[in-house]
Design a protein around this ligand. Structure first.
Ligand SMILES: Cc1cc2nc3c(=O)[nH]c(=O)nc-3n(C[C@H](O)[C@H](O)[C@H](O)COP(=O)(O)OP(=O)(O)OC[C@H]3O[C@@H](n4cnc5c(N)ncnc54)[C@H](O)[C@@H]3O)c2cc1C
Length: 413
């Protein structure tokens, strides 16, 4: 069997893999990207049909390429995002080989370099960048048994309302995916129950500026660590229907039943924690904290941005908040399907050496792992809040490219 030698192997052809390629090319460092499917595959086949970017086109992009043919303040559709990454790969002449999956990565026995067993043969790189994404394996909590007579899918498998059977639907999870999917299902005429856990719920825009602009102005994109205790809070934002603030009270006013966290299921009864009001008020607190910080910033810097007092008005609490529903007989309520928008886990089972802590989390400093020559890129908070966003990943890729350059082709550092 022939063995191919490369200096740096990048695994994954999403935004992180492309950003890495660009910065290695800028330093004339030879490399190869392998992607098991196609460029930006997650956007093509692992998201719902109507998905648009959560951030506006002027922001959610690489610094050296704009989105062609759309209003910079609009939210790019997933098809446009795919086209953007394809065009970007062409612009930077990325050496990418699609349809090649890395099944196992091992360290060479003599300690210098790696052996990648791929679906197309063996590759021996000096360095490896794992750019396989922050959202790798969909998680469905083991709450409702598969034989309960209810269609259950993860948000990664949700495509559109027509895919679900007739009847009501329970959406579990109210981060960006769950909130957007529940909204879409309700607009399509379905009876929707939405189970809401702790979340952040920033305003889409305030005083004429999008939330992502405020994150920049307030220095939050550059935040280097998640605040203690805030590690697992999902963020609920939406670019759908032209972009709007996620507002659970408004969804309830349109007929959606809001519930606390889904806890258990027995004999057809689904039970929910009595934490809905607390979770919503925590989301409100996050919302108002952004308004307060923005107002303080405007005052401090003497900016001329229009005041927006109506942003501080909340809709009345719906009945399901004041009289929480703690259990539902799913059959009686006509619930025939559940969409689990409950997030993703990392999956580095293909890495056959130890680069992880006891919980399986990657051990690294700004993406430089504990194994010389092995790097992580694109993980949430790899170096700062922006790390897993389209434009932020480039900053981390630049740092890793410098590190790889210092190692040299013999892999000495
Ligand atoms: C619903 C939703 C909306 C989002 N909206 C936005 C947004 O508006 N703006 C934004 O900036 N981010 C957004 N994100 C985040 C964005 O999708 C991810 O951060 C982004 O896809 C990460 O890019 P990546 O290159 O790091 O990983 P991925 O896009 O996951 O790419 C990794 C690639 O690696 C490949 N791969 C994996 N394992 C292997 C292997 N063993 N061998 C070969 N190839 C492999 C995969 O096929 C994949 O193509 C959103 C995420 C979700 C879930």
């Amino acid at each position: 069997m022939s063995v191919e030698k490369v200096e740096t192997l990048i695994i994954g052809g999403g935004q992180a893999g492309l950003a890495m390629s660009e910065h290695l090319s800028k330093r004339s460092l030879s490399h190869l990207i392998v992607e098991r499917h196609r460029i930006a595959e997650r956007w093509r086949s692992e998201r719902w049909d109507s998905l648009v970017a959560n951030g506006p086109a002027w922001h959610d992009r690489f610094s050296n390429m704009t989105f062609a043919g759309i209003d910079p303040d609009s939210f790019a559709s997933k098809d446009r995002i795919v086209a953007y990454f394809e065009a970007y790969a062409e612009q930077i002449a990325a050496p990418i080989r699609c349809g090649v999956e890395v099944n196992a990565l091992r360290k060479k026995p003599n300690g210098s370099g790696f052996v990648a067993e791929t679906s197309q043969g063996v590759i021996e790189p000096t360095n490896v960048v794992a750019a396989t994404g922050p959202f790798q394996r969909p998680i469905i909590p083991a709450v409702v048994p598969a034989n309960a007579g209810i269609v259950q899918i993860h948000s990664a498998a949700y495509r559109n309302p027509g895919q679900l059977p007739a009847g009501a639907v329970l959406v579990v999870g109210a981060g960006s995916s769950g909130a957007q999917i529940a909204d879409e299902l309700q607009r399509a005429g379905k009876r929707v129950y939405l189970s809401i856990g702790p979340h952040d719920r920033p305003p889409r825009s305030y005083r004429g500026k999008d939330f992502v602009w405020w994150l920049g102005a307030l220095g939050h994109w550059d935040a280097r660590a998640v605040e203690p205790g805030m590690e697992h809070v999902t963020i609920s934002v939406s670019g759908a229907y032209g972009g709007h603030t996620v507002d659970f009270r408004r969804l309830a006013a349109r007929g959606m039943t809001l519930l606390g966290r889904a806890e258990s299921f027995q004999d057809g009864m689904m039970r929910f924690a009595p934490d809905l009001a607390r979770n919503i008020s925590r989301g409100d607190a996050n919302y108002f904290s952004v308004l307060d910080a923005a107002d303080a910033y405007v005052a401090k810097n003497g900016l001329d941005l229009p005041e927006e007092p109506e942003a501080r008005r909340l809709e009345p609490d719906p009945d399901c908040m004041t009289n929480p529903v703690l259990d539902i007989d799913l059959a009686k309520a006509g619930v025939t399907s559940i969409v689990w928008a409950t997030g993703y886990a990392l999956d580095f089972s293909w890495v056959k050496f130890d680069a992880f802590d006891e919980k399986g989390r990657p051990l690294h400093q700004r993406g430089v792992s504990t194994v010389p020559g092995f790097y992580f890129l694109g993980l949430p908070w790899l170096s700062r809040r922006a790390s897993s966003f389209i434009w932020g990943v480039s900053h981390d890729a630049e740092y890793l490219a410098d590190h790889i350059a210092r190692r040299g082709s013999a892999g000495k550092v």
